[in-house]
Design a protein around this ligand. Structure first.
Ligand code: BMA
Length: 327
């Protein structure tokens, strides 16, 4: 087993399961935010977390009481109690140095590629697309031009380059009510011009996976193991009462991540706790971050019902076994 996971986060919050046969299990302190105390924000969900220089830092999707989602920096000593800034992130265009404010933006992922942090997120200038911003200090974010033509709502970089190029998993969709979408892979030498777009992960797999029948999208940055890249993603089923967002897992080839080696035919975890089933959008688990330590422990941060945040735990070995067993 390759112990050089991205990037080793020894000392991170991780708890063993009550039942050692569990594949993935929830943190008993879920959900993370108490809105009776956190009165500034209407919702905090779908957020990115990293450990930088031994300290927790997060980019949070916060909605102020006007209902507008935007991105805010948060800091934490333990990964559970977060101190979130009063002011939203400031973006500065890479080319002109001018400040820029999105109409709204949300669902960030934080990825370290070659010692530099990148935030990938969905922003609206006029329609939803994927943007990348780099930061050295988690205060100023240098914004690259829109990566793709609209509509595209989920993007995540691989933490490693392939043949000198950045690779990004992303989820284009038709814009027709957000009821479709599968996972594509795109390449770029400079983070500005993206090409060689190809669909790499199909939803529903010939009609067998009803839990992901409507659409799928990439979640946290893929986790490198010696057997391949582990990807946790979201999959969506339609019900009489709306959509249900669960988490799934698959394994991509190490050298050529356009190849799917294994993809579990069942969900990894699905909404069942009250804070996942009841909320602004009921029945949503939306993973945006996965921390890994040198023992292969994984801590996943996910948005719950578009209102709050939850944590669940698993391990690299358990996920590898899961994707093979249910492939
Ligand atoms: C998706 C995204 C997420 C959201 C989810 C459930 O399309 O917009 O931000 O959590 O729907 O509403």
């Amino acid at each position: 087993m390759d112990k050089n996971y991205y990037k080793v986060n020894d000392g991170m919050l991780w708890e063993a399961p009550d039942d050692e046969n569990d594949v993935i299990w929830r943190f008993k302190g879920n959900p993370l935010f108490d809105f009776n105390k956190e009165k500034r924000f209407w919702h905090i969900c779908n957020s990115a977390v990293a450990i930088v220089g031994g300290k927790y830092i997060g980019v949070f999707r916060c909605e102020t009481p006007d209902g507008r989602p935007y991105l805010y920096i948060g800091k934490s000593a333990d990964g559970v109690k977060w101190d979130i800034d009063d002011k939203a992130i400031k973006f500065v265009w890479k080319d002109t140095g001018e400040e820029f404010e999105f109409d709204h933006c949300y669902d960030p992922r934080l990825i370290k590629v070659e010692d530099k942090y990148f935030m990938v997120f969905c922003g609206h200038e006029d329609s939803p697309s994927i943007y990348i911003a780099t930061t050295e200090d988690f205060e100023k974010f240098i914004l690259y031009p829109r990566c793709f033509l609209p509509c595209n709502r989920n993007g995540v970089l691989f933490p490693e380059k392939f043949d000198g190029k950045y690779y990004m998993l992303n989820r284009p969709f038709s814009g027709n009510g957000s009821k479709d979408g599968e996972i594509w892979l795109s390449e770029s030498a400079d983070l500005e011009f993206w090409g060689h777009h190809r669909k790499v992960i199909n939803k529903f797999d010939n009609g067998k996976n009803y839990w992901e029948r409507i659409k799928i999208g990439p979640g946290p940055a893929p986790i490198k193991t010696d057997e391949g890249w582990l990807l946790i993603y979201h999959g969506v089923q339609s019900t009489c009462n709306g959509l249900c967002y669960s988490m799934g897992a698959c394994l991509l080839d190490l050298k050529d991540p356009s190849k799917v080696l294994y993809k579990a035919k069942r969900y990894l975890i699905s909404p069942s706790e009250p804070y996942e089933c009841v909320g602004f959008t009921p029945n949503v688990m939306f993973p945006c971050a996965a921390l890994v330590d040198s023992k292969g422990h994984i801590t996943v941060y996910y948005g719950a019902a578009d209102v709050n945040m939850g944590i669940c735990f698993t391990t690299v070995d358990k996920l590898l076994k899961f994707v093979k067993e249910y492939d």
